[in-house]
Design a binder for this molecule. Structure first.
Ligand code: ADP
Ligand code: ASP
Ligand code: MG
Length: 412
C-alpha cells in the first residue's frame, strides 16, 4: 500500500464526462489499496474567465477580493468529483482549503505556510478518499487566498509533503515533460527523466506544465514527482534527483529544453538621470508593490546625458507597475514610461551548460539568421533567455529546438 496524491489539471476536469473519467482513475488507485488524496483544478478556461471579470470590474483591484472570485472554480470541481465518486459507490468527500486547513499567507500569489493533516489521517483511517481544491488556502484572518496561476500543482506537492506521501502524480493534458511545448513543436521529444533543478529552471522560464514553486517544494522534500496524461495510459516523466541520472549512466544533452513565456511586458523609462541612486529609486517602489522585475537593460549615457532603463515585469503586474512608477516619476526625474506587451521571452535550459561554452552565442546566431531582433538578454549558470517580438515566438522556439539538436528523429 502506498500513500499518493493525484492532481488533475483543468483540461482533465472540463465537464462531467471528463470528471467521470478522472473518477475512474482515482477508483483504480483506491482499489489497489492505496491511500489517495486528490487535488483538482478548476475546469479549463474557468480561472481565466473569473480573472477577466475582476479586470472588467476595475483595472487595479483588491487582491483579497480577487481571491474570493478566482478560488471558486476549484470549489466547483472538487464537489463534482466527490459526487461522481460517491455515485460509483466510493467513500469520497471534498475538503476546502479552510477545512483542513491549508494555511497561506498573502493574496493572489499566496505562499503555503503549513497544512494540517489531522482531517486527512481520519479520512484514511476510514478508508476514504479526500478531494481537495487546488490553488487555494486560508489566511490567518480566515480569508480565502490563492496561490498564483497554475498553483494547483503547488497545492498537490505541498499536500504530498505534509502527508508524507510516497509520490505525487500530476495528471495533465500531455503525457509528460517534453524538450519544449509539444503544441508548438510537434518534433519535441518526451523526456523520461528530468532533474528537479532543470525542471525548476524550465518552469521558471515558462514551461507551464508545472508551476515553478511546486518543483521547488518537490526538490526540497525529495518528493517523487511524475507528470503523466489523464487521457492516455502511458508512462510519464519522472522528476528526479541529479544522482538518479548518473546512476542510470544517462548522457545529457547540453540543452535539455526550450521554453517561452508570453506573460512578460517590457517597460522602458526614458531619460533617467545619470546619477547614483536613480535605478534604486525606480526598483524600490516596484519591490514594495511586490512586483517581480526580471530582465534589466540600461543604456550607457554619453557624458552629461540621460539614459534609458528597460526591464520586464509580469504582464499581470503591468498596470500596478505603471501606477507605482507614475508615483515616483517627479522625484526620480525620468521623462516618460513606455510599455510593450507584444514581447516574449524565449529560454534555453540545461545543466550541461555549466561545462559548455558557446550556448548563448549559438542562440544569438540562430536568431540572427532568421532576422529576429533581440530586445533584452539574461543568463544564469544553466539558462540563457532573450526577449524578442512576440510575433516570432513559434519560429524562434522551433529554430532553437533544431539548433540545439533536440528534434525527435524523423519517423518511418
Ligand atoms: P493543467 O491544466 O493540467 O495544469 P497546464 O496547461 O497548466 O495543464 O500545463 C500543460 C501544458 O503545458 C501542455 O498542454 C503544454 O502545452 C504546456 N507545456 C509547455 N511546455 C511544456 C513542456 N516542456 N512539456 C510538456 N508540456 C509543456
Ligand atoms: N485554476 C488555476 C489556474 O488556472 C490553478 C491551476 O489550475 O493550477 O491558474
Ligand atoms: Mg497547470
Amino acid at each position: 500500500m502506498a500513500r499518493i496524491v493525484m492532481k488533475f489539471g483543468g483540461t482533465s476536469m472540463a465537464g462531467i464526462e471528463r470528471i467521470r473519467h478522472v473518477a475512474g482513475l482515482v477508483k483504480r488507485e483506491a482499489e489497489r489499496g492505496h491511500e489517495v488524496a486528490v487535488v483538482v483544478s478548476a475546469m479549463a478556461g474557468e480561472t481565466d474567465r473569473l480573472v477577466q471579470f475582476c479586470r472588467e470590474a476595475a483595472s487595479v483591484y483588491d487582491p483579497r477580493e480577487y481571491d474570493v472570485v478566482v478560488a471558486s472554480g476549484e470549489q466547483v470541481t472538487s464537489g463534482l468529483l466527490a459526487i461522481t465518486l460517491q455515485g460509483m459507490g466510493l467513500n469520497a468527500r471534498s475538503y476546502m482549503g479552510w477545512q483542513l486547513p491549508i494555511r497561506a499567507s498573502g493574496h493572489a500569489t499566496g505562499l503555503i505556510e503549513g497544512i494540517d493533516v489531522a482531517v486527512l489521517e481520519r479520512v484514511f483511517d476510514e478508508a476514504g478518499i479526500a478531494i481537495i481544491p487546488g490553488f487555494q488556502g486560508v489566511t490567518t484572518e480566515g480569508a480565502l487566498a490563492t496561490l498564483g496561476r497554475g498553483g494547483s500543482d503547488t497545492s498537490a506537492v505541498a499536500l504530498a509533503a505534509a502527508m508524507k506521501a510516497d509520490r505525487c502524480d500530476i495528471y495533465t493534458d500531455v503525457d509528460g515533460v517534453y524538450t519544449t511545448d509539444p503544441r508548438i513543436v510537434p518534433r519535441a521529444r518526451k523526456l523520461d527523466l528530468v532533474t528537479y533543478e532543470e525542471m525548476l529552471e524550465l518552469a521558471s522560464v515558462g514551461a507551464k506544465v508545472l508551476q515553478t514553486r511546486s518543483v521547488g517544494l518537490a526538490m526540497r522534500y525529495k518528493m517523487p514527482l511524475q507528470v503523466l496524461s489523464s487521457f492516455e495510459d502511458v508512462p510519464g516523466t519522472m522528476i528526479v534527483d541529479d544522482d538518479k541520472l548518473e546512476e542510470r549512466g544517462m548522457e545529457r544533452n547540453v540543452v535539455t529544453g526550450i521554453a517561452h513565456d508570453r506573460n512578460e511586458a517590457r517597460v522602458t523609462l526614458v531619460g533617467l538621470p545619470d546619477r547614483p541612486g536613480a535605478v534604486a529609486a525606480v526598483f524600490g517602489p516596484l519591490a514594495e508593490a511586490n512586483i517581480n522585475v526580471d530582465m534589466i537593460v540600461q543604456s550607457v549615457p554619453r557624458a552629461g546625458e540621460r539614459s534609458d532603463l528597460t526591464f520586464t515585469v509580469p504582464t499581470a503586474s503591468l498596470a500596478h507597475s505603471v501606477a507605482a512608477l507614475e508615483g515616483v516619476k517627479g522625484d526620480v526625474g525620468f521623462s516618460e514610461i513606455l510599455t510593450d506587451t507584444n514581447v516574449v521571452k524565449v529560454s534555453a535550459v540545461g545543466v550541461g551548460m555549466r561545462s559548455n561554452a558557446g550556448i548563448a552565442a549559438k542562440m544569438f546566431a540562430t536568431l540572427a539568421e532568421r532576422n529576429i531582433n533581440i530586445l533584452a538578454i539574461t543568463t544564469s549558470e544553466i539558462k540563457v533567455s532573450v526577449l524578442i517580438p512576440e510575433e516570432y515566438t513559434e519560429l524562434a522556439v522551433r529554430v532553437l529546438h533544431t539548433a540545439y539538436g533536440l528534434d525527435a528523429e524523423d519517423e518511418g
